[in-house]
Design a protein around this ligand. Structure first.
Ligand SMILES: NC(=O)c1ccc[n+]([C@@H]2O[C@H](COP(=O)([O-])OP(=O)(O)OC[C@H]3O[C@@H](n4cnc5c(N)ncnc54)[C@H](OP(=O)(O)O)[C@@H]3O)[C@@H](O)[C@H]2O)c1
Length: 328
């Protein structure tokens, strides 16, 4: 019988339960997808722990890739056997997921199921961050944190392709190596921000900071920016940023701050196709490396969350139904 990993109520990484489920039936406009790989993302730790309000029981997972096993009524774009991926599904921590066909991305040849399950959410996030939250120009100086992380390694590679100078931080020498391999120009310790960033930019500061760490880095991010710079706060791996005084934006030099989320940058089929086809194209031709740092068997979702929350992962973390856990 197929199974899913369920969160019965808010709790720690041990809260997951393995539950047997009926094989789902796709409704009108939907696909039944056999999941080959589910992407693990920070948002699921916020949902599991109760930081974000969700209803329980919950089978987490908005990201994954696999093969279409059944198509519901009114589906014209996909057939049984097609390989698809998504960043906008629900319940991908399972053998099967039901997916709205308009949220499905066609996976090109040359992109494996695991990579297809690893790239949509973090990849399309990196894509909107550099194109829409702040449009990075060649020659810009950019600071982003956690350069060995999932979003971090993709963001650094896309920034280098754009012609930016990239500053990043990591917590260990091994992670620093990964960030350098992704292309970062300057890999710093967290406590070197903002002073070293200012020093290396002749006192000016950077054009933009992409901050997914939140509570612990926010003040340093403001201090690392040049006059009229932009802070893109896109996550809270260390905790959410508490309410703050807008007057600080004035004091730090007429700064702009935005707090975006991916859903608002996938508003229609055109945006979805633009972002995903650029990313899949770069992966298929070998330009963009999707580093899968850790693979966990689906039933080890709790261990995957524990690793992510304790800074023990690098690159992308995926869950593999029927697979075995392989920590790098
Ligand atoms: N807004 C959006 O659209 C969107 C979409 C996707 C992801 N995100 C956000 O992007 C951020 C990165 O996500 P990701 O999936 O790519 O994770 P990740 O970067 O692979 O993992 C998080 C990394 O953050 C660093 N970190 C610093 N302080 C930490 C702390 N107190 N606890 C845990 N980690 C800490 C760690 O790297 P070091 O050990 O090197 O410091 C850790 O490995 C998350 O905040 C996530 O919510 C936002």
């Amino acid at each position: 019988m197929p199974y899913a990993l369920q969160v019965p109520h808010a709790g720690g990484p041990d809260v997951f339960e393995r539950v047997e489920v009926d094989r789902p039936v796709p409704g009108p406009g939907q696909l039944l997808v056999r999941v080959a790989a589910a992407g693990v993302n920070f948002i699921e730790t916020y949902q599991r722990s109760g930081v974000y309000q969700v209803s329980y029981p919950l089978v987490p997972g908005s990201e994954g890739a696999g093969t279409v096993e059944e198509v519901g009524p009114d589906v014209t774009r996909f057939s049984v056997g097609d390989r698809v991926a998504t960043a906008e599904g629900s319940g991908s921590y399972a053998d099967f997921m039901v997916l709205d066909a308009d949220k499905a991305l066609r996976v090109p040849d040359g992109v494996s199921d695991e990579v297809a399950g690893a790239i949509p959410l973090q990849g399309m996030t990196a894509h909107y961050l550099i194109n829409n939250s702040y449009r990075v120009q060649p020659g810009d100086t950019v600071l982003t944190y956690a350069g060995a992380g999932g979003v971090g390694q993709l963001l650094i590679q896309l920034l280098k392709l754009r012609g930016a100078t990239v500053f990043t931080t990591t917590s260990t020498p091994d992670k620093a190596e990964l960030a350098r391999a992704a292309g970062a120009d300057h890999v710093l310790a967290y406590d070197e921000v903002p002073d070293r960033v200012r020093e290396l930019t002749d006192g000016r500061g950077v054009e933009v900071v992409y901050d997914g760490i939140g509570k612990d880095t926010f003040e340093g991010s403001l201090d690392a920016l040049r006059t009229r710079g932009t802070l893109v706060l896109f996550g809270g791996a260390s905790g959410q940023v508490p309410p703050f005084d807008l007057q600080q934006l004035n004091a730090h030099g007429s700064l702009t701050v935005t707090r975006p989320k991916l859903a608002d940058f996938l508003l229609d089929a055109e945006e979805r196709t633009w972002r995903s086809s650029e990313l899949f194209g770069l992966v298929a031709d070998g330009t963009l490396n999707v580093a899968i740092g850790e693979r966990f068997a689906l039933e080890d979702a709790g261990a995957a969350h524990r690793a992510l929350e304790s800074r023990a992962t690098t690159g992308k973390v995926i869950l593999v139904p029927g697979g075995t856990t392989d920590r790098g």
